[in-house]
Design a binder for this molecule. Sequence first.
Ligand SMILES: [Zn+2]
Length: 306
Amino acid sequence: MRVVGLTRFSGLALVAGWALSAVAQGAYTGPLFDAHLHFNDEACVHDAPAPGCPHPLPDVLARMQTSGVRAVLANSRPNDGTRALATAREQTRAAGVTVVPFVRLYRNRADYNNWFRDGTIVYLVQAELAQGTPAGPYRGLGEFHLYDSANANGPVAKQLMALAEDKDLAILAHVDDVAIDLLMAHTPTQGQKLRLIWAHTGIGGTPVARVDELMARYPRLMGELSYRPGLTCDGGQLCPEWRALLLKYPDRFLIGSDTWINQRWLSYGELMQGYRVWLGGLPADVARQIGWDNGARLFGVPTPKN
Ligand SMILES: [Zn+2]
């Protein structure tokens, strides 16, 4: 309790600090929805004393709070990290952060390259879904990776895409553009109803025209923008073709931290400030959509009053 109180106090001072500098630069100052957050075992092995937990819960919550992040799409390797966030109801409420839990398909690093053909992953997913979390039911599956898009046709990938559409679970997928089409094809509606969040929106540099084509083809495809090559140009503002794409589909993009390694936790505040800078270069209503509304709408998260 005492730790939370102290964290809140210093957090408020920091919030005031970034708000002032943000106003000065014309940056977006509204709430942020972090649609790609991991609380992996590198950050904290839960129930382990330091050094097994360099970023304990109060630390990560303070980073969100001081960055004005008011909701997170949480998914972790193993799922213990997400469960820790979802279980800490009092602390997350005190930090003003809503946790939207996703089931990760990974128990360890080896699963990154094997989940799509390993039938035991389906049991892992089913067990987690049945159990739910103290923050409510799981709302999606992922993040998962496909380094070779052909693996989108693996038996477990097929099964989980159909399950997701059937149960209206969202998907967070780190894949290339070819895999988007393959994954969508595994659902009964050919992807027309699948809420697929494309992690990084083509981390290999998928051309903007191709992203546009996929956005048009799949009405519930969303693009999350962490690590996206070519997104920002001078002064940290959006490059022209990305600005045009975001203005064309203002209700289809999300921002995310991708805290896959601890270095991302250490730079969490700067990452969020980077988003605030280019969001501030967009019309205010579009900035608000991409910064907050799109994620909140996807998962029914109420907008914070303060
Ligand atoms: Zn990630």
